[in-house]
Design a protein around this ligand. Structure first.
Ligand code: CUA
Length: 226
């Protein structure tokens, strides 16, 4: 979860989010280098007194400053493409969870286990416990096993919603009439918070998502007590 005024990426809880973080840092580094170079050139132009009446063309420099940026872009495009395909890879999921977006709450179905289903509403500020997180905690959490491949099927019942969990690197639109798929692998236990990120109406800000990542035997206990 993000603490107050923190604008960076959250600590990753899955290998894919770790890769996304690496890619973010990589792209940012290239961006900083370009900004410094261009900034330096623009700044130095103010102090340039050179005049050359016969300067009409410079074939070599034109070649260099056309091809060089294209090569730099390749260094961003290729890792980006690698990530794009990596994110879509699905590796024999052991649990499938179906999330359905509604105005304005999520409902979940564990179709593998006796069709367990429940709604998950945000806890309003006035009903919050002292240890609760405002606008983020829900009445019924999703419980899922850590160290397992998990498949998520996302859809919606009314308008478009988006099932988004930053720490897991997951963001999938729930669209009425469509069933979208994503997957993740949680490599540590804990609570992972997310929010809807598709402007879906008046209470768009108030339909958070909470995943309780637990060891597999805890998950089996939870699922069999339901
Ligand atoms: Cu649902 Cu925004």
């Amino acid at each position: 979860m993000s603490p107050w005024a923190y604008l960076g990426l959250q600590d990753s809880a899955s290998p894919l989010m770790e890769q996304l973080t690496f890619f973010h840092d990589h792209a940012l580094l290239i961006l900083v280098m370009i900004t410094i170079l261009v900034g330096y050139l623009m700044f130095m132009l103010f102090f340039n007194n050179y005049i050359n009446r016969f300067l009409l063309h410079g074939q070599l420099i034109e070649m260099i400053w056309t091809i060089l940026p294209a090569i730099i872009l390749l260094f961003i495009a290729l890792p980006s493409l690698r990530l794009l395909y990596l994110l879509d890879e699905i590796n024999e999921p052991s649990v499938t969870l179906k999330s359905i977006g509604h105005q304005w709450y999520w409902s979940y179905e564990y179709s593998d286990f006796n069709n367990i289903e429940f709604d998950s509403y945000m806890i309003p500020t006035n009903e919050l416990n002292n240890d609760g997180f405002r606008l983020l905690d829900v009445d019924n959490r999703i419980v899922l096993p850590m160290n397992s491949q998990i498949r998520i099927l996302v859809t919606a019942a009314d308008v478009i919603h988006s099932w988004t969990i930053p720490a897991l690197g997951v963001k999938v639109d729930g669209t009425p009439g469509r069933l979208n798929q994503t997957n993740f692998f949680m490599n540590r236990p804990g609570l992972f918070y997310g929010q809807c990120s598709e402007i879906c109406g008046a209470n768009h800000s108030f339909m958070p998502i909470v995943i309780e990542s637990v060891p597999v035997n805890y998950f089996i206990k939870w699922i069999s007590s339901n």
